[in-house]
Every structure is written in structure tokens, then in C-alpha cells.
Design a binder for this molecule. Structure first.
Ligand code: ADP
Ligand code: ADP
Length: 226
């Protein structure tokens, strides 16, 4: 099964700038995939389109076989997204932020609460569950974003620069969490501009440069060449 299938993906923003010039990319189920590239290369645009936040200009995208144009709701239900920016209400209690996200997917509140408890415990946030999110450190906010993205148990988790600005200790614990999630069957795609992060976590890698996919290989093969 292919988790993410992108063919001929093009994106021209309203200002006329073409951020993606025709990208072909497949990520298989179970993979841990890194999308690497310099700032401005097109990583966020690519995952924004895959997760239905950004409209594409041209091309085909499917998620676990669901076409983004004709089966958008099913496609979206397969994906959890952790964007770069914190976009929760900082005055809400941590647990509410996670539980309320379940509402988007029609998950009953009691079930959402039970899932939120498990996720927040795994991510080391349960003792903060009743605190307003504004009281969390940066690394904790990042982990809250991850907990929220998993409430509907997506088959594909996409993270945009998940450990940017996170200190080394927390980064390692986040890596551990992601490795375990992947080992349990969740396909993971992350963007990063740290080769070290990709190297430590990912099996396969795509490199984007100015809107073009210039490399698509296994981490092992890439490292052998360096
Ligand atoms: P990355 O995630 O690799 O840093 P992005 O996908 O965010 O790259 O951006 C790719 C290019 O598209 C950049 O040159 C960026 O300035 C441009 N871009 C991103 N969003 C917009 C937008 N809303 N309007 C115009 N240009 C944009
Ligand atoms: P805001 O845009 O001010 O952050 P929203 O209520 O639009 O507030 O969204 C809150 C969060 O819920 C967002 O971060 C977004 O990722 C998520 N979200 C919004 N709409 C949907 C949706 N239809 N399906 C899944 N998640 C959604």
C-alpha cells in the first residue's frame, strides 16, 4: 500500500510564484520518510497540499488510495498534521485542546478523553493536563501539537520541522516517541533541514531544491555516498 502518492505536483501561489515545479513522490505504508531541503525549497507547500491546507495548482495526490480531489474527507481522515506554528488556544487547558480536536472527527467525548490521557502520558504531559497551554515550555507545546494530531489515530503522521527550537534532551525523547509510533505501524513523514535528524530517524529521504525533487533514495544509500 502506498501511504502518499504524489504525481506531477505543481503549485503557483497567487502572487505568481511557482513553489513546486512538478514533483513525483511515493511514500509507502510503514515508512519513516524525511523531506529535506533548504528554507524556501517547498517542503511546507508539499505537506500543506498533502494535508489539504493548501490548494494545488496541478497534479494528483492520493492518501492510502483516497484521491485528494474526489475523496478529500476520507483522505484527510488518514492524516495527522503537526504544523510548525503553534495554533492552539493558549488559554485552554492542555487536555481540552487534545479532546476538542476529536470533535472534528466525530469521536465521542469520553473516547476522545481516554485517548488524550494515553497520548499525554506517553508524551510526558499528563501532569500538565489541567494547565492552560500558555504555561507550557516550547518543547511541551510541541509535544502538545503531536498529541492533538494523533487523536483520530491517523495512519499517516506528517510533521513540519518537529524539533525546531527544541532542546537536545526533549528532542531525543520526541525522537523515541516517533520511533515507537512508527514501529507500531504509523507511517511518518517529517520535514527537516537537519541531516542529523533525518539520519537518526528515517529510512527513506527526498530532497527538495527550489521546487524540484532532486533526490529520492534510502538513507543508507545516501550516507554511503557522502
Ligand atoms: P520550505 O518549507 O521548504 O521552507 P515553503 O514551502 O514554505 O518552503 O516555501 C516555498 C517557496 O514558496 C518559498 O519561496 C516561499 O517564499 C514561497 N511561498 C510560501 N508560501 C507562499 C505564499 N502564501 N505566497 C507566495 N509564496 C509563498
Ligand atoms: P485556528 O485556525 O484559529 O487555529 P481552527 O478552529 O480553524 O482555529 O482550528 C483549530 C485547529 O484544528 C487547527 O490547528 C487545525 O489544524 C485543526 N482543524 C481545523 N479544522 C479542521 C478540520 N476540518 N479537520 C481537522 N482538523 C482541523
Amino acid at each position: 500500500t502506498t501511504a502518499l502518492d504524489i504525481q506531477g505536483l505543481r503549485k503557483t501561489y497567487d502572487n505568481g510564484f511557482t513553489a513546486l515545479k512538478g514533483i513525483d513522490l511515493r511514500v509507502e505504508q510503514g515508512d519513516f520518510f524525511a523531506l529535506l531541503g533548504a528554507n524556501g525549497a517547498g517542503k511546507s507547500t508539499t505537506i500543506g497540499i498533502a494535508s489539504s491546507l493548501v490548494n494545488k495548482t496541478d497534479g494528483k495526490v492520493s492518501i492510502f488510495g483516497y484521491d485528494l480531489d474526489t475523496q478529500r474527507e476520507q483522505a484527510k481522515a488518514q492524516i495527522g498534521l503537526v504544523p510548525q506554528e503553534f495554533n492552539f488556544n493558549i488559554f485552554e487547558p492542555v487536555v481540552e485542546i487534545v479532546v476538542n480536536q476529536g470533535g472534528y472527527y466525530g469521536i465521542p467525548r469520553a473516547e476522545a478523553f481516554a485517548r488524550a490521557e494515553v497520548l499525554l502520558k506517553q508524551l510526558g504531559l499528563w501532569d500538565k493536563a489541567r494547565d492552560q497551554a500558555r504555561n507550557l515550555s516550547g518543547g511541551m507545546k510541541r509535544r502538545l501539537m503531536i498529541a492533538r494530531s494523533l487523536i483520530h489515530q491517523p495512519r499517516l503522521l506528517i510533521l513540519d520541522e518537529p524539533t525546531a527550537g527544541v532542546d537536545i534532551e526533549i528532542r531525543r525523547s520526541m525522537w523515541e516517541f516517533l520511533r515507537k509510533l512508527n514501529a507500531e505501524g504509523t507511517t511518518i513523514i517529517l520535514t527537516t533541514h537537519y541531516l542529523e535528524e533525518a539520519e537518526s530517524l528515517c529510512r527513506n529521504i527526498g530532497i527538495i531544491d527550489r521546487g524540484e525533487l532532486i533526490e529520492n533514495t534510502s538513507m543508507k544509500k545516501l550516507l554511503n555516498r557522502l
